[in-house]
Ligand binder design. Structure first.
Ligand SMILES: NC(=O)c1ccc[n+]([C@@H]2O[C@H](COP(=O)([O-])OP(=O)(O)OC[C@H]3O[C@@H](n4cnc5c(N)ncnc54)[C@H](OP(=O)(O)O)[C@@H]3O)[C@@H](O)[C@H]2O)c1
Length: 262
C-alpha cells in the first residue's frame, strides 16, 4: 500500500474548517493524514475536536518551526500572518487561499516543488465553493481531487485571474446577499410578512441555483419576460438605474483592492 501523504493546514479558521469538512466527507479522508499548525495549539486542538478529525498527526504551535518536508501545505491564514511562521525543509506542494498574496511572495516564505493559488468562497462550508485555481507544477490531478472535495473547480491560465475571480466567487456572495435583502424588503413593501418574504426569497434563490446550473442568465431572463408583461416592466427600471453597471463596478473595485495587497 502507498504511504499516506500528509496535508498540513496552517491556520484553523473558517476557511480551514470548510476545506477540512469537505475532505472529511469525501473519500480523501482515507488518502491523507492531516496535521494542523497555528499560533495557538489549544485552538488547533479545539479545531480537531470540533471537526471530528479522527486521524491527524502533529499539532504545531506558533513558536515551533513547522516541518513541511514532502507535505502538501494548505495555507489558510490571514495574509499579514504569513511572516509569523517559519518552515523547515521543502514541501511537496503549497496551496494558498490567501487573497492578494502572489506566488513570488509565497516562494520567499516557503520552499516547495509545486505551488497553487486558489480563491474559494463561503460556499465551501457546504462543499459548494466556487474556486478558481492557478497552478505552477504538474499537480493538476491531485489539485482537482483536493479542491473538488469542497466544491467546483475552474483552472485558470494566470495568477491575476485568481484575483479576478473575487468578482465571480470571492466577494459576490455578499453582493447576492444585498440583492436577497432588497427582495425581502420588496416583499414586505408589497404587504408580505417579513418571515414569509424571507422564506419565499430563500426558495427563489434555491430554484434559481438549479436553473442557472442548466441555463444561461440570458435564457432565464428571456423565459420569464413575456412581451408587454410584468417582468419587463421591472427590468426596465433596473436598466434605467444602471444596476448591471453598478454590480460590474463593485466587482472591479473588490478585485482592485485585492491586487493592491500584492
Ligand atoms: N472566508 C472566505 O470566504 C475566504 C474566501 C477566499 C479566501 N479567503 C482567505 O482565507 C484566509 C483565511 O480566512 P478565514 O476566513 O479562514 O479567516 P479566519 O476564520 O479569521 O481565520 C484566520 C486564521 O489566520 C490565523 N491568524 C490571524 N492572524 C494571525 C497572526 N497574526 N499570526 C498567526 N496566525 C494568525 C488565525 O489564527 P488565530 O485564531 O490564532 O488568530 C486563523 O487560524 C485569508 O487569507 C483569506 O484571504 C477567505
Amino acid at each position: 500500500m502507498a504511504a499516506q501523504k500528509t496535508l498540513l493546514f496552517v491556520g484553523y479558521g473558517s476557511m480551514a474548517k470548510a476545506i477540512v469538512s469537505g475532505i472529511a466527507c469525501s473519500a480523501l479522508k482515507d488518502t491523507y493524514r492531516l496535521e494542523i499548525a497555528g499560533r495557538n495549539p489549544q485552538k488547533a486542538q479545539e479545531f480537531i475536536k470540533e471537526n471530528h478529525i479522527e486521524a491527524f498527526g502533529k499539532v504545531y504551535g506558533g513558536s515551533s518551526e513547522i516541518d513541511v518536508i514532502g507535505k502538501i501545505v494548505i495555507l489558510c491564514i490571514k495574509p499579514y500572518a504569513l511572516g509569523n511562521f517559519t518552515y523547515k525543509g521543502k514541501a511537496d506542494s503549497v496551496y494558498s487561499v490567501m487573497a492578494g498574496v502572489c506566488m513570488d511572495t509565497l516562494k520567499q516564505h516557503i520552499r516547495a516543488d509545486h505551488y497553487a493559488r486558489l480563491m474559494p468562497n463561503v460556499g465551501a462550508k457546504y462543499q459548494k465553493s466556487s474556486t478558481a485555481v492557478y497552478l505552477e507544477g504538474d499537480i493538476q490531478e491531485e489539485a482537482q481531487k483536493i479542491i473538488a472535495s469542497f466544491g467546483s473547480v475552474v483552472f485558470v491560465d494566470s495568477e491575476t485571474l485568481v484575483d479576478a475571480s473575487i468578482a465571480t466567487g470571492g466577494s459576490s456572495p455578499a453582493f447576492l446577499a444585498l440583492i436577497a435583502q432588497a427582495l425581502v424588503d420588496a416583499g414586505v413593501r408589497e404587504g408580505l410578512r417579513r418571515d414569509d418574504s424571507l422564506k419565499l426569497v430563500r426558495a427563489t434563490f434555491e430554484g434559481f441555483a438549479h436553473l442557472l446550473s442548466e441555463q444561461t442568465p440570458d435564457t432565464i431572463i428571456a423565459s420569464i419576460t413575456s412581451p408587454g408583461g410584468t417582468t419587463i416592466e421591472g427590468l426596465s427600471v433596473l436598466e434605467d438605474r444602471a444596476v448591471r453597471g453598478a454590480l460590474i463596478q463593485a466587482c472591479h473595485m473588490a478585485v482592485a483592492k485585492a491586487k493592491q495587497k500584492h
